[in-house]
Ligand binder design. Structure first.
Ligand SMILES: C/C(=C\CNc1ncnc2c1ncn2[C@@H]1O[C@H](COP(=O)(O)O)[C@@H](O)[C@H]1O)CO
Length: 270
């Protein structure tokens, strides 16, 4: 009976008779379908994590802004997201979005206007439109789960604006991570009381009533209409990180003989 190891996998019978990985590698006229199999896919997934970690490692304090890809530039929510991006940047945060249109574009635009770092974590979609024009640091992902890890790992809080299923997915992922204490001290702000009150009421009146969450879980969400209040929540939860980042920026500027912007690093003055 045929039997052999393939890496750490033990094969017997017909499976052991199949060509080995290095045979396939060295035989340039051999079958090529193996490159589309799951074991190979793992390397591609791994490369997304490696690239994401590499690109974002030195980002500094950051806040992710989520919301609808469909919001048009003439909609009041677009202007509000732009203001959020600008205030976050002025407070010393990098702004991370999905890099797409709508609210993402508005927040990236505001971040750039506030002289902050504007980050886009794009996703390959069948109807993809590419990265918006206001992204300074963009990383594109094939896999939602790799991209989601980057949002959570490199953000110190989320501001969630009106949106659809994609936005709900991002909100509930963060909410679950907070509830299960996989992330701590991670403020979650819902901006837009009219838009979000139906959901928050349902969570309180139905989900809590049903016993599916604890009363203290409700405290994980903060709802407001005020961009300044939303950004202040992020500042309050991240004072030490912002101060350290501002000190590092001052040291770099001093070294280069420049004077650092006194507004940067923890202030949210308009
Ligand atoms: C639908 C359209 C473009 C899609 N392009 C996207 N690019 C990047 N990120 C996206 C895109 N669409 C959704 N997302 C992510 O989900 C959230 C928005 O989803 P929603 O269903 O629109 O609320 C957003 O925060 C992104 O992270 C062009 O019309």
């Amino acid at each position: 009976m045929n039997e052999r190891y393939q890496g750490r996998t033990w094969l017997t019978g017909d499976r052991a008779g199949e060509s080995t990985t290095d045979q396939r590698l060295l035989d340039n006229r051999g079958p090529s379908d193996w490159v589309h199999t799951d074991p190979w896919r793992v390397l591609r997934i791994q490369s997304e994590f490696v690239e994401g970690f590499g690109a974002l490692a030195e980002l500094g304090p950051a806040v992710a802004v989520f919301g609808s890809a469909r919001t048009q530039p003439d909609h009041p929510t677009y202007a509000q997201a732009r203001e959020v991006g600008r205030l976050l940047a002025r407070a010393g945060f990098a702004v991370i979005t999905g890099g797409g249109p709508g609210i993402m574009e508005a927040a990236n635009r505001g971040a750039r206007e506030g002289d902050g770092t504007s980050v886009g974590l794009g996703i390959e979609l069948p109807f993809e439109q590419g990265m918006n024009d206001h992204v300074d640091l963009g990383v594109n992902f094939r896999y939602f789960f790799a991209r989601k890890t980057m949002f959570v790992k490199y953000s110190q809080g989320f501001i969630v604006m009106p949106g659809g299923f994609g936005t709900f997915d991002e909100l509930f992922e963060a909410l679950t991570l907070r509830q299960t204490r996989k992330v701590t001290a991670f403020p979650l702000v819902l901006l837009g009381t009219d838009y979000w009150c139906g959901l928050v009421d349902w969570i309180r009146d139905t989900v809590l009533e049903h016993g599916a969450i604890n009363p203290q879980d409700l405290e994980l969400l903060h709802v407001t209409d005020d961009p300044v209040e939303a950004v202040q929540k992020m500042v309050d939860a991240n004072r030490d990180e912002l101060a350290a980042e501002a000190a590092a920026a001052r040291a770099t500027a001093d070294g280069a003989g420049r004077t650092e912007d006194p507004d940067a690093g923890g202030s949210i003055a308009p």
